[in-house]
Structure formats: C-alpha cells, structure tokens
Design a protein around this ligand. Structure first.
Ligand code: PDD
Length: 278
C-alpha cells in the first residue's frame, strides 16, 4: 500500500507524522474523498474546487498539483476502482499552542483503498438501508470538509447502537444531511433536498443528481425538510461519492413509503450509473 506524505510516495508503514502536527492536536485540517473508477478520477475538478474552498475558508495555503498527486497515487496502487483520501493539515507547529504562525508548511497526506463501483451493481441488487434521525451536533461551517468529525462519529455510532446504517441529522427542526452523505426525499414524483448552506456539505454527488434531474425532465426543489415530511415521504435516498445514490427504506424503525426501493430512485440510479460509465 503506497501513500503520499509531505512530497513523497512511500510504503504506508514508513509514513509518520509528528504529534505536534496541528491535524493531530487540534483537527486543524481539511480533507477530500475522491472516487476513481477504472483508474480515472470521477468529477475530479469538482473535488479539487471543493478542496480549494475548504483550504481558503480555513486559511491554509497549499499549492500542489492535486490532480497529478492523486492520479499518480492511484496508478502506484494498481489503478482500478479506488477511493482516494486526501488530507491537508496546517502543519507541524513544534509545540502545542492554539495560535499559529502563518508561515507553517502544511502537511499533505493521501492514501487510497479499493472501492466497489456502485454503477457496476444492478439496481435490483441494491439493498435499502435504515436510518435514525438525531440531533445535528456539528458546528455551523459544515460546508468546510474539516477532519473534525467527532460529532459525525458519535451519531453514526448511535445509529449502529440502534442497528441502523445511517444517522440523518436534525437542526432547528429541519433535516440537514447524513453523517457522510446528502439527503433527498421524493413525494408525488418530485425530488426534494435541503438547500445548500453552511449547514450542509455541498456534495459533488448531490450536484450531479440535481444536474441529471434537470437534464432528464425530473422535477426537483431545494427546500427545508422537517421530520414529518421525511417520515411521510414516498422515498428517501442518500448520496455520496463512494456510495452513489442509496435508498433509505426505514427511518426510526418505520418503513418509508412502501418500505421498498422507489421508482424515482431507480431512475436516478440508472442515470447516475450510465453517466459514470460514459
Ligand atoms: N463524505 N455530507 C457530508 C457530511 C459528507 O461527509 C459527504 C461526503 C457528503 C457527500 O459528498 P460527496 O457527494 O461530495 O461525496 C455529504 C465523504 C465520502 C467521506 O467523508 O468519506
């Protein structure tokens, strides 16, 4: 397993980071997860643009050929279907102090792991997942892909304690997203999703889903979704780069709609799979 750290490719066992790295001490860092299918980055420029948004928002200056780095990492690991993890921390500050010196050199780390190509699975074989709804414990800059993921981890574990696969997050009476995915609901054939704001991550898959809906005459609206409209929806789905679109067929132990995967999900799944395989 080859990883990239501080300018070099190396075996993962050789990769070490200082305990005074601000990523370790403070979670002072941002990240991206980029899917590669058949050795090629999927929506790569969109992921790089979002990384640059995160870096700018937290004022980390890192000037790297991100595409070149990730392409080479995937090639060195044999290509194919991979999920690339890329993290940029503010750097090693040599001692623990909240304040930082603007001249710190950021630490760049990247690794990759094989991932299943969601488009290679027939829609019939996709299994609906279950979710719970719980309070969104996160900060108010969820548009930044920060590695400070403690709230996400705690609520996902809460879901697992309830034998559910995901946690859907509720803030001020409206649903925001899942612990690492965006949220969609369908009612009478119309797709609804929370509006983009600093309370959600602008998902690359979310944008693609809305673009595909537009291009294929499927109606959608970006709106507030409350608990009752979630529970009474015909369909609920989540989306992410590595999972594509996945139907959520049970929420808080109750079936959604018929309790089966819905027809609007099936159409979007096919559109996404076809788009990805072009
Ligand atoms: N998570 N919302 C959150 C909070 C996320 O962490 C993610 C992605 C998404 C979906 O975004 P995208 O479609 O760009 O993958 C939404 C990645 C996959 C992760 O943390 O592993």
């Amino acid at each position: 397993n080859i990883v990239y750290l501080k300018g070099q490719f190396m075996a993962s066992e050789k990769a070490t980071v200082s305990p005074f790295d601000r990523g370790f001490l403070f979670g002072d860092s941002v990240y991206e997860v980029v899917p590669y299918f058949r050795g090629i980055g999927f929506r790569l420029q969109e992921h790089i643009a979002r990384l640059e948004h995160s870096l700018r928002a937290v004022r980390i200056q890192a000037d790297t050929d991100w595409a070149g780095l990730m392409d080479e990492l995937v090639q060195r690991n044999g290509g194919g279907n991979m999920s690339v993890y890329l993290q940029v921390t503010r750097g090693d500050c040599g001692s623990r102090s909240h304040s930082y010196d603007a001249s710190l050199r950021p630490t760049v780390f990247a690794c990759c792991a094989p991932v299943r190509n969601f488009a290679a699975v027939p829609a019939e074989d996709v299994v609906g997942i279950s979710a719970i709804v719980t309070a969104d414990l996160r900060w108010h800059r969820c548009d930044i892909k920060s590695t400070g993921l403690l709230p996400n981890i705690l609520v996902l574990q809460q879901a697992r304690d309830h034998r559910a696969d995901e946690a859907l997050l509720l803030r001020d009476g409206v649903l925001t997203e899942g612990t690492s995915c965006n949220l969609f609901v369908v009612r009478q054939g119309v797709i609804y999703t929370p509006k983009r704001s600093s309370d959600i991550l602008g998902g690359i898959t979310r944008e693609l889903v809305l673009g595909l809906a537009d291009a294929n005459g499927m109606q959608y609206q970006e709106v507030d979704i409350d608990y009752d409209s979630l529970m009474s929806a015909d369909e609920v789905w989540i989306s992410s780069s590595t999972r594509g679109v996945v139907p959520v067929t049970r929420v808080d132990h109750s079936p959604i709609g018929s309790g089966n995967k819905g027809p609007v999900w099936a159409r979007m799944f096919e559109l996404l799979a076809r788009y990805q395989q072009q």
